[in-house]
Design a protein around this ligand. Structure first.
Ligand SMILES: [Cu+2]
Length: 127
């Protein structure tokens, strides 16, 4: 009886292990965290590349407000995202963007600049 029980647990462990390994093997992270900083590079990482469908989250641990604003918003082009003021300890989440190259900035501190690259090709996830 003990042997059967042990085997059963072992089998479950293998199944769990295989599923876990498979998700790592397939594994692009399904979310990316970008930290807002009070010093250069201000958005960390300043250049981030994600697979389309990845949730991107900017977190603001600084003591002041910041924005995450697509450069298109200030150039009169297509404004694809604008967080508005993100308060200290606040965050901004962007669930999905079409593949593309998205430079962005902070409207309150124009020196703050970052780039988000969204790709639909797994292999180019790291540029
Ligand atoms: Cu700012």
């Amino acid at each position: 009886m003990t042997k059967i029980l042990t085997y059963s647990w072992l089998k479950k462990g293998i199944v769990v292990g295989v599923v876990f390994s498979a998700s790592i093997a397939l594994g692009m992270p399904s979310s990316l965290r970008i930290q807002i900083e009070a010093w250069s590079p201000y958005y960390s990482p300043a250049l981030a590349s994600v697979l389309s469908g990845t949730l991107v989250r900017w977190e603001n641990p600084t003591a002041t407000h910041h924005t995450v604003t697509h450069d298109g918003c200030k150039q009169g082009g297509s404004c694809l995202f604008d967080s508005g003021a993100i308060s200290p300890s606040g965050m901004f989440e962007l669930p999905e963007l079409p593949p593309g190259y998205y430079p962005y900035h902070c409207t309150l501190h124009p020196i703050m600049r970052g780039v988000l690259v969204v790709t639909d090709v797994r292999d180019s996830a790291e540029i």
